[in-house]
Structures are given as structure tokens and as C-alpha cells.
Write a protein that binds this ligand. Structure first.
Ligand code: NAD
Ligand code: MG
Length: 391
């Protein structure tokens, strides 16, 4: 029996994870559930999954959470605040942690799970983008495992020999990340000027949280994933390619030196990657329908348009700059996306804000988590100032 902490249980990945867990009550138990502020949703999940501990990140909501759990007849421990979240990720109530908080807010708990030697199922790509080397070091010293849940990286993991997350010596020539192209594939810059948040969040193939949906529309999501792949698999920027594949059935590929290209396919449903990561190295049923290739044909592939979707080019730039540049890119992007979702920034200006912050804060070496978090704060302040000046 695996005891699973689902960090970000009320989100899209959290919900899909709980769906898979509920299919296998003999194998998995959701022992810890956490949320940011969604008390009602968290209580409903607790009533269904009966965890040992529920954590609400916003401390002002702890009393309300306790009261509502009692009213719902749910008996479990209750805690609140970021320290409680981190303690839960590292604590004895779980052996497996699904890191499914969105954004840099997930960094601390992800690192804590890694240091504690948990089986870490990583959806929170922002934490590895920000702190790749530190996270990998924490996994190594903690002695646990890191299994990618992001569908592209999970696909690559499945296409590598024996799921070995290390390219050196394995005959790999390059990693090919597929991108759906998002809702605005094929559009010109002029056609993107008046995009609204709701249009940007309407992804053609996946239902996801709003932040990652906007990232998918700008292709920043693919940019973050290129950096994620670099860290997870030790691949240099030159060995990572992106190809647009609108059907989202080929979740990514690995090319070997003999010309073989291995791909992982499946319907676009995150439960496949989640079930793979939860059961690894075994396989369990996920609830995902069988793939009907004939009904999906033809499969298309095309090059990304880096002039229209500049965020992808900026991510490659940050990866090549190295050091803390990816953390700066991520912080600026989080602020810009927040402003776009609030209706305070045009869609095309997200890339402008990221570019300006990267220019203002040249890459520095990553020393430790404290300096990295300080850099994250500085980049957020720079992005907010640029936003204020632009309005
Ligand atoms: P979401 O917005 O649906 O859910 C986010 C979860 O994090 C919620 O439970 C929320 O309560 C919690 N949260 C948000 N801010 C928090 C904070 N400050 N402190 C504590 N908890 C907080 O997001 P999602 O789509 O599920 O994505 C989660 C992560 O997984 C992201 O990093 C995303 O990039 C990654 N991911 C998502 C998908 C997908 O299909 N949704 C696919 C691949 C990777
Ligand atoms: Mg992905």
C-alpha cells in the first residue's frame, strides 16, 4: 500500500490523481490532501478519500476547514500555512508525494519531499525550472526517486532504456518534445492582439488550470518543459527539439544514434502519466480510453513559430544563459500571466515583460535555495515595475 500526499489536491492534476488512486484502493491511499484556499472543495475531497491529514495553505482558513470537516463527519488532522505544507510533504504520513501545486509556490514542499527521500511524482514543473540542480541534489541525498508526471517528460522517461533518467551512454541523439501548439496555433501576431483570458484558457486538447493554460497558449509551457527536460535527463539545449503536433497523441519522442525514434502515444488524458508514475515500475489501469488511431488519423507535425510565440525562444535563451536565468524567466512569467488573467496586460505583452526582466537581471550562478528565492523576489519586483510603467 502506497500512502500518497497529493499537494494541490483541488487542482486539475490533483483531481486526476485522486481519480486514479480511487480506482486502486488496495494499492494506493490518499493519506494527505492539501489546497491553497478552496475549503469547500478540500472538504468534499476529504469526505470522499478520508485522508489522515488535510492542510490548507492559507492559515486564516484553518478554523473554517476544521469546522466544516466536523460538520461533514470527517475525522482527520488539520493544519495550515506553508510550514505545515512542507512538514506534510516530508512527514511520516506519506511515502509518495504528488507535487501538483502550481507555480513557484510549490518549490519548498517539492524540495522537502525530495530531501525526505519520498517517491516524488513531479507535476509542478516550475520548481524544477527554478531550482533544477538543487532539486536533483535533494533527490540524490534523500535517496528517493523522481518520476516525471508532465506528459512529455513521462513519455520520454518511458522511451528511455529501463526508465533510466540519464542520457549519457544510452545512445540517445536527441529528445523531441511535442507541443499541441495551443489554441492559437497558426495565428499571426496581429490576430493575437485582443485575446481574452477565457480564449487563452480554452485549450483544444487538455483541461488544465488557468496558469498552465495561458502558458500553453503562449508556448511558455513548452519553454518551461524544455528546461525541465534539460534537468531531468541531463540533455544539453542542442539535444532538445520541439515539434508541434496538434492532436496531442504522441506525447514526446526519443531519437537514438542509430536513427530509431521511440514515441509514447495515448489519448490526451493526464491519468495515463499519473497512473504510470504512481505504479512505476508496474502498470495499473488508469481509466483512460483505448487509443483508436484510425479514428484520429492523420497525425500532423510542424515546426513551432518562434516569431509569433516568442516565449519559447526566450526559454531557450534562459536555458543557454544558465545559472538562475530560468528562475528569473519563470518569476517574470508568473507575474505577467497573473496580470494577463486579471485583464491588466495584453496577451502579446507577456513575452515583452519576460524579455525585459531577463535583460535587466543577467544570469548568476545558483548557490542555494535562499539566494534563489531572493532572486525570484527581485525578478517579480522588476516585472511588477515594468507592468506599472507600461500602464
Ligand atoms: P490548478 O490551478 O488546477 O491547481 C493548482 C493547485 O495548487 C490547487 O490545488 C491549488 O489550491 C494549489 N495552490 C495554488 N497556489 C498555491 C499556493 N500558493 N500554496 C499552496 N497551494 C497552492 O493547476 P494544475 O493545472 O493542476 O497544475 C498544477 C501543476 O502541474 C502546475 O505546475 C502545472 O504546470 C503542472 N502540470 C499540469 C498539467 C495539467 O494537465 N493540468 C499537466 C502537466 C503539468
Ligand atoms: Mg506537459
Amino acid at each position: 500500500m502506497k500512502n500518497v500526499a497529493v499537494l494541490g489536491a483541488t487542482g486539475s492534476i490533483g483531481g486526476n490523481t485522486l481519480d486514479v488512486i480511487a480506482r486502486h484502493p488496495q494499492r494506493f491511499r490518499a493519506s494527505v490532501l492539501t489546497a491553497h484556499r478552496q475549503v469547500e472543495a478540500l472538504v468534499a475531497l476529504c469526505a470522499q478519500h478520508r485522508p489522515a491529514l488535510a492542510v490548507i495553505a492559507d492559515p486564516s482558513l484553518e478554523t473554517e476547514l476544521s469546522r466544516r470537516l466536523v460538520a461533514a463527519g470527517v475525522r482527520c488532522e488539520v493544519a495550515s500555512g506553508h510550514a505545515a505544507l512542507t512538514a506534510a510533504a516530508a512527514g511520516g504520513l506519506c511515502d509518495t508525494v504528488v507535487a501538483a501545486i502550481v507555480g513557484a509556490a510549490g518549490l519548498e514542499s517539492t524540495l522537502a519531499a525530495a530531501r525526505a527521500g519520498k517517491h516524488l511524482l513531479l507535476a509542478n514543473k516550475e520548481s524544477i525550472v527554478m531550482a533544477g540542480p538543487l532539486l536533483l541534489e535533494a533527490v540524490a541525498t534523500g535517496g528517493g526517486a523522481l518520476i516525471p508526471v508532465d506528459s512529455e517528460h513521462n513519455a520520454i522517461f518511458q522511451c528511455l532504456p529501463g526508465g533510466r533518467p540519464e542520457l549519457r551512454g544510452s545512445g540517445v541523439r536527441r529528445l523531441i518534445l511535442t507541443a499541441s501548439g495551443g489554441p492559437f496555433r497558426g495565428r499571426t501576431r496581429a490576430e493575437l492582439a485582443d485575446i481574452t483570458p477565457d480564449q487563452a484558457c480554452k485549450h483544444p486538447n487538455w483541461v488544465m488550470g488557468r496558469k498552465i493554460s495561458v502558458d500553453s497558449a503562449t508556448l511558455m509551457n513548452k519553454g518551461l518543459e524544455v528546461i525541465e527536460a534539460h534537468h531531468l535527463f541531463g540533455a544539453p539545449a542542442e539535444a532538445i527539439d520541439v515539434v508541434v503536433h496538434p492532436q496531442s497523441l504522441v506525447h514526446s519522442m526519443v531519437e537514438y544514434v542509430d536513427g530509431s525514434v521511440l514515441a509514447q502515444l495515448g489519448n490526451p488524458d493526464m491519468r495515463t502519466a499519473i497512473a504510470h508514475a504512481l505504479a512505476w515500475p508496474e502498470r495499473v489501469e488508469s481509466g483512460v480510453a483505448s487509443l483508436d488511431l484510425a479514428a484520429c488519423a492523420p497525425l500532423q507535425f510542424e515546426s513551432p513559430d518562434l516569431n509569433t510565440f516568442r516565449c519559447l525562444a526566450l526559454a531557450f535563451q534562459a536555458l543557454r544563459a544558465g545559472g538562475d536565468a530560468p528562475a528569473v524567466l519563470n518569476a517574470a512569467n508568473e507575474i505577467a500571466v497573473e496580470a494577463f488573467l486579471a485583464g491588466a496586460l495584453p496577451f502579446l505583452s507577456i513575452a515583452d515583460v519576460v524579455e525585459a526582466v531577463l535583460a535587466e537581471l543577467p544570469a548568476q550562478a545558483v548557490v542555494d535555495v535562499e539566494t534563489l528565492c531572493e532572486r525570484d523576489r527581485t525578478a517579480r519586483e522588476a516585472a511588477r515595475r515594468i507592468l506599472r510603467n507600461a500602464c
